[in-house]
Write a protein that binds this ligand. Structure first.
Ligand SMILES: NC(=O)c1ccc[n+]([C@@H]2O[C@H](COP(=O)([O-])OP(=O)(O)OC[C@H]3O[C@@H](n4cnc5c(N)ncnc54)[C@H](OP(=O)(O)O)[C@@H]3O)[C@@H](O)[C@H]2O)c1
Length: 238
């Protein structure tokens, strides 16, 4: 790792699910971790600071970063894990539903990445890791709005990778396979089984699957790995 003090990572959506698991993973790897969610974290750990922030709100994101700068003065990794999802047939999807997903998933990732990159640029080093979904490469029915938001995250990440390379900042994307969290609670079991049957690795995803790809993207030696999307479950890109 890097420099005198322990490296600092920000994980958005740290209160539960994959975000919480990644915070615990990074603490075990020696990071100081800042997490955010709209509500309380509801859990604590040594080396973990939770701040309430809605990532789709520019003012709140700026104030989150003022606090990170004040407390740590650096940021080594920004993990844009926070997102919202809902399933519906395209013909039945209200505008409010796609607006909510675009706002949290795309605008949120955009704002956090931008503020993170400003801070990382000062030290000519940074790792930004964003989140997509198998809904994009598998064109999953019932997920038009969610898939559109995650396809935007992929595009955004690839252009950011190009623009931020000169500052020593990499930007990559993880596309987890279905993982048991609150996000998929309301998806009917038979839909999940159908999805798993059409994957190459036919099982639910685990937090370890995601943490393993994260570790690869975060390594200092991964400086030539940027603009990449890695899907889990054996699903190819494109
Ligand atoms: N679980 C899966 O099967 C799966 C599959 C593919 C991809 N993914 C992706 O993996 C990531 C994590 O998913 P998950 O299943 O762990 O989700 P989750 O259990 O629903 O947790 C989502 C987290 O994001 C936070 N959040 C939501 N909107 C926010 C906002 N506007 N500002 C700040 N925080 C916000 C939530 O806290 P608050 O509600 O308190 O804000 C919560 O901490 C997401 O990007 C998701 O799209 C998940």
């Amino acid at each position: 790792m890097n420099g005198e003090s322990n490296p600092v990572a920000l994980v958005t959506g740290a209160s539960k699910g994959i975000g919480r698991a990644l915070v615990e993973h990074l603490l075990g790897r020696g990071y100081q971790v800042v997490g955010c969610s709209r509500g309380d974290a509801g859990w604590e750990a040594e080396g973990f600071l939770h701040l309430q922030a809605d990532i789709s709100d520019e003012r709140q994101v700026k104030s989150l970063f003022r606090e990170i700068k004040r407390r740590y003065g650096r940021l080594d990794a920004a993990i844009n894990n926070a997102a919202v999802a809902s399933m519906n047939h395209f013909l039945l999807t209200p505008a409010a539903s796609i607006e909510k997903m675009l706002s949290a998933n795309v605008v949120g990732t955009f704002l956090v990445s931008r503020e993170a990159a400003k801070l990382m640029r000062k030290r000519q080093y940074g790792r930004i890791v964003n989140f997509s979904s198998l809904a994009v490469p598998m064109r999953l029915a019932g997920q038009s709005a969610y898939a559109a938001s995650k396809a935007s995250v992929e595009s955004l990440s690839q252009v950011m990778a190009r623009e931020l390379a000169e500052y020593g900042i990499t930007v990559n994307v993880i596309g987890p396979s279905p993982t048991e969290t609150d996000m998929i609670q309301r998806v009917p079991k038979d839909k999940i089984e159908q999805l798993i049957d059409s994957m190459v690795v036919r099982r639910l995803g685990t937090f370890t699957d995601v943490a393993n790809v994260l570790d690869f993207f975060l390594r200092r030696e991964s400086e030539a790995v940027t603009g990449q999307v890695i899907y889990l479950g054996g699903i190819p890109n494109g």
